[in-house]
Design a protein around this ligand. Sequence first.
Ligand code: TZP
Ligand code: MG
Length: 228
Amino acid sequence: MGKPAVDLSLYLVTDSTPAILGNKSLYHVVEESLKGGVTVVQLREKTGDTGALIETAKRLIEITRKYNVPLLINDRIDVALAVGCEGVHIGQDDMELSTARQLLGPNAIIGVTVSNVTEALKACEGGADYLGIGTVYATPTKTNTKEIIGTAGVRHILETIADAGHTTQTVCIGGINESNLQRIFYQSGAEKKKLDGVAVVSAIMAASDPDAAARHLLQLVRSQPPFV
Ligand code: TZP
Ligand code: MG
């Protein structure tokens, strides 16, 4: 209630593993991507100790705040609380949405990964601020993914939540790049509900020019044909 909607148009999920980031600096890549127009940043680090993660999050907040963009932390409610960032993104194996909400409060942004309609309806009913729908396409960035749902799967979820009357925002994730973004967006869109944006890792984190990559991806998101 009264909480402003998040601009999910171009959602960057970080990955500092050398296979994605190479020898570039995480902070540099994030700042360049923000110059290019990224609208949300999620810190997603699956290795390293808690202290190091908190230090990384603190440095990232200084950058994201310059651009008025929310910083979310993947999985780690404790880290989000420690650094006072805007919210978290949780998966199906993480803390319950209701518990995360209790800990972080009504103003925090809480996103939930969903890959089927049951998970999607539960997250909407539970008060998620947005759904991260996927995995759309198989991707080397996340190999432990259970479900590859394709654009048909995304569309089915969008249709189902719209029919149930939910207005929860949505992004999709998994294998999205500048070559397939518009097709994914178009094929996923349901009559009553289209995606609010896309989430990417490698399309920006692995790009040689993350500013230009983000600029181009954002322009593709913003130049969607109207859905009929
Ligand atoms: N969740 C589902 S797929 C994925 C995550 C975090 C990784 C997406 O990476 P990429 O490089 O954008 O395909
Ligand atoms: Mg998780």
